[in-house]
Design a protein around this ligand. Sequence first.
Ligand SMILES: C[S@@+](CC[C@H](N)C(=O)[O-])C[C@H]1O[C@@H](n2cnc3c(N)ncnc32)[C@H](O)[C@@H]1O
Length: 363
Amino acid sequence: MSTELDELGYPSPDQSHTYEFYEADARDIPLDDNTVDLVVTSPPYYQKRDYGFDEQIGQETSVDAFVSELVEAMQEWKRVLRPHGSIILNIGDTYERRSLVGVPWKLAEAARDGGWLVRNEIMWIKNGGMPEPAQNRLAQRHENIFHFTPSNEYYYDLHGYSHAFGNGANPGDVWEFGFDRNTGGHLAPFPEELVERCLTMACPPAVCTECGKPLERKLRRTDKLDPERPQAKRAMEKYEQSDLTKEHIRAIQSAGITDAGKAKEIQDGTGRNTDEVQKLADEAKEVLGGYYREFTFAKKETAGWEPQCDCNAGTEPGTVLDPFCGSGTVLDVATRLGFSSRGTDLDPPDDFQMSLEAAAKNK
Ligand SMILES: C[S@@+](CC[C@H](N)C(=O)[O-])C[C@H]1O[C@@H](n2cnc3c(N)ncnc32)[C@H](O)[C@@H]1O
C-alpha cells in the first residue's frame, strides 16, 4: 500500500473495531440482517481442492451446480449486507476435457440473472506462479475479481483508493502483484494487498451505530494540477504568469471543456449567474489557449466526512465479512487497518487467534 490510511483523511470512529470468527457454512451466516458493509472473499474453485467436508463448495459434479451454490451463498450475504454494501470476490477458471470452462463469466452471468450488478471485472495479474506441465498452451497467470453490488447506491471511495494505489487519477481495473511470501501455511491464501485494495475502495471507515449508514467523503476542487504531467505543469506556469484569478479557474471547472459548457448551475454559491461564469471561462480560455482544459482535471481534496443520517448516535468502523475465510487474511488486514471483521469457514484456522493478536499489535 503506497499510502497509510491516516494520509487518506479517514475519520476516527467513536468505537473501536471488533473481529469475530464463526465455524459455519457460507450459505448460513450466523449474523443479523444489515450488519456488514463489504464482503471480500476467495471461494473454493471448481474441482480444484477437496477440503474434506460434506458441506463444502467446489466439488460439485458440474460447473452449473457449482455456480448455483455460489449464487445461493451470495443471496445469504445480501441478507447480512447493509443497503450500501457490496461483494468483491476472486474466481479462477479451470480446464475440462482440455478446454477452458469459463467459470468466472458463468458466475457473473448467474449473478446478473440473480439481480446483482457486475460493476467491475478486475484482472489480477500474478507475478510468477506455479509451473504448469502443459507444453502446448500458456500458463495461467491471471484471475478475475468481480465487484458485485445489489444496486447502484453502494459505498465507494474512488478518491481514497486512487490516492492509495495510484497517483490520484482512476488507476484502472488491472491489479498486478504476486502472492505474499508468508502464507501462514494455507494453500490458497489471499495476498494482503488484494484485501487492502478492496477495503480502501468499498468499506466505509465509519458508519452510524444506530442506522448503519456510512459517513461519505466530501470533496472540493482545488486549483492544483498534477505536476508530473508536462502539460499540466506548463498550464500552471501560464496561469501563475497571468492575471487570472481563482474565480477564473472555478469558472473553467463549472463551464467544462466544451464551449457549450456545463455552466447550467450557479457557480459556487457566490451568486454568480451562468453568463458571468461563461464570461470568466472565456477570458481564461483566451489567456491559456489549449492549456485551458488542464484545469478541468484539477486535483480534489477532502473537505470532510458527512453522515448520511440525522441519528447523531456516534460512529463505529465499517465491517467486512469473509464467508470462506481460510487462514483469515481478510480479518488480519481489516484488523491492521482498523476495520471490523467477521469470518466464517467450515475449517477454523489453528493459529487464528494468534494471528489476529499479532495483526492488532502491528496496527
Ligand atoms: C480458497 S480458500 C480461502 C482462502 C482465504 N482467502 C485465505 O486467505 O486463507 C476457501 C475456503 O473455503 C472453505 N469452505 C469450503 N466450503 C465452504 C462452505 N460451504 N462454507 C464455508 N467455508 C467453506 C474451505 O475450508 C477453505 O478454507
